[in-house]
Write a protein that binds this ligand. Structure first.
Ligand SMILES: [Zn+2]
Length: 149
C-alpha cells in the first residue's frame, strides 16, 4: 500500500463527497485561487494547492487543509519529500468531513486552538485536532507535559 494512503478507497470517496457537499473543498479552492496557488492532484484524493501565497488563514504555516484542499507554501516536489506532513493534512481532511465542513469544523477547531493556547501557550500542542492528526507529522514538537489527565 502507498505510504501516503491513510484511508481506503471507499473512505476517500465518502470524504471527497462530504467535503464537496459541505462546501469545504470549494472554500479551499477559493482560497487557493486567492493565494495564486497551482492546484494539482495529490495522494488520498487530496488537491495540493502548491506555492500558496495568501495571507489567510495562517500566514506562517507551511500547510493548511480546507476540505480536501491542502494549501502548501511549497512545491509538490517539496511536499512529497515530507510524506508525514501530507499524512497529517490528510487526517485534517477527514476531520473536515467528520465535523461536516465549515459550520462544524471551524468553530470546533477554533475552540480547540483556544484551549491549547490557554493550556500550552500555543494553538497546536494541546489542540485535539492537531494531536489526532499527529503533532510530529505536522512539524509540531509535542508538549513536554503532554500526558493523559
Ligand atoms: Zn495540523
Amino acid at each position: 500500500m502507498d505510504r501516503l494512503s491513510t484511508c481506503s478507497a471507499r473512505a476517500r470517496r465518502l470524504r471527497r463527497f462530504v467535503n464537496a457537499f459541505t462546501l469545504a473543498t470549494p472554500l479551499g479552492l477559493a482560497l487557493a485561487r486567492y493565494g495564486r496557488a497551482v492546484v494539482v492532484q495529490g495522494p488520498d484524493g487530496l488537491l495540493l494547492a502548491t506555492n500558496y501565497r495568501g495571507f489567510v488563514p495562517a500566514p506562517r504555516a507551511p500547510a493548511v487543509t480546507v476540505g480536501n484542499v491542502v494549501l502548501l507554501r511549497m512545491s509538490a516536489e517539496q511536499a512529497y519529500r515530507r510524506p508525514g506532513l501530507l499524512e497529517h493534512e490528510s487526517r485534517h481532511a477527514t476531520q473536515w468531513a467528520c465535523w461536516l465542513g465549515p459550520l462544524g469544523f471551524l468553530p470546533a477547531y477554533g475552540l480547540a486552538s483556544l484551549w491549547s493556547l490557554l493550556r500550552a501557550g500555543n494553538a497546536a500542542t494541546r489542540n485535539v485536532f492537531e494531536v489526532r492528526a499527529g503533532l510530529a507529522d505536522g512539524g509540531y514538537a509535542p508538549h513536554p507535559e503532554a500526558q493523559p489527565e
